[in-house]
Ligand binder design. Structure first.
Ligand SMILES: Nc1ncnc2c1ncn2[C@@H]1O[C@H](COP(=O)(O)OP(=O)(O)O)[C@@H](O)[C@H]1O
Ligand SMILES: [Mg+2]
Length: 274
């Protein structure tokens, strides 16, 4: 699990110190799926970098543990247990073939050659990228490139994967495919997922949503509770699902009409009206 305890982050610029994140408390259980949402500049990417170990908090504590006891750090490898995938796949692919790209990150881990080959084979198979093994990454589609980036992170055997708007530059089909891939890694391997996103589809698959505004967490709750809270929706600059907006129109006539997050829920609720 990942635990953030009163984490703050500030940077020093010539004009003085700028507080980017303030007193962030979060508990992300192993195998959970969470999303981080909030307006541009609210601190989402900074939070993602802190959780993945790329930045250190100015104050407060971040603990990663492979057991329910956050003080038990057995088997935890600092900087490796939480993998980060960025928005633009072109900025994270470095080698001339897919295979070399995935192996690149492993080179500092002092693994045997056999172990490296086996890890690369495993992640290629897991992500359905075997036929692209010898391809130059720049010849792949955006979705395939993002899968290679995920494969590179996955080869490190992290317990969590953080995606920082990793599907936002993709077209809808590629976006859906990458999201399905990530969900499969969660269900099959039990990898914890944190998705920084503006996209509703991604929010709705998570069990908890952290809403950031001005560097503070203003809500940490299930998607349904977040969307039901008008103040949080406003602070987080959230776009309500179309079905939720339709639900509030229905509530003007039928006050007991429930808040629906998907068209299926809306259709079910509408069928029960008499
Ligand atoms: N290295 C930096 N120097 C100056 N300002 C920064 C730096 N990193 C982040 N910021 C500022 O911190 C705030 C949060 O940034 P970021 O975490 O990228 O937000 P988000 O991902 O939610 O858009 C922004 O106002 C951004 O301009
Ligand atoms: Mg960002």
């Amino acid at each position: 699990m990942i635990l953030l305890d009163k984490v703050s982050y500030q940077i020093d610029i010539p004009a003085g110190a700028v507080q980017i994140l303030r007193d962030i408390n979060l508990e992300l259980p192993d195998g959970s799926i969470s999303t981080i949402v909030g307006p541009n500049g609210s601190g989402k990417s900074t939070l993602a970098r802190l959780v993945s170990g790329l930045l250190r908090p100015t104050s407060g504590d971040i603990r990663v543990s492979r057991s329910a006891d956050v003080h038990d750090v057995t088997g935890v490898r600092p900087g490796l247990d939480v993998g980060l995938v960025f928005q633009n796949p072109d900025n994270q692919l470095v080698a001339t073939t897919v295979e070399d790209d995935i192996a690149f990150g492993l080179e500092n881990l002092q693994l045997s050659h056999a172990e490296m080959v086996s890890r690369v084979d495993d992640v290629l198979r897991l992500l359905g990228l075997e036929q692209f093994r010898d391809y130059p990454p720049h010849r792949l589609s955006g979705g395939q490139k993002q899968k290679v980036a995920i494969a590179g992170v996955l080869a490190m055997k992290p317990s969590f994967l953080i995606l920082d708007e990793a599907t936002s530059l993709l077209d809808p089909a590629n976006r859906g495919e990458v999201l399905q891939t990530v969900l499969r890694l969660n269900s099959e391997l039990g990898i914890g997922i944190v998705i920084v996103t503006h996209l509703l589809d991604e929010v709705l698959v998570s069990s908890h949503v952290a809403v950031l505004a001005n560097g503070e967490i203003v809500a940490w709750d299930a998607p349904r509770s977040v969307f039901a809270n008008a103040k949080v929706v406003e602070a987080g600059d959230l776009v309500l699902p179309l079905s939720a907006r339709a639900s509030s129109i229905m509530q003007q006539r039928w006050p007991l009409f429930p808040l629906c997050l998907t068209p299926e829920e809306f259709a079910r609720a509408a069928c029960q009206l008499s």
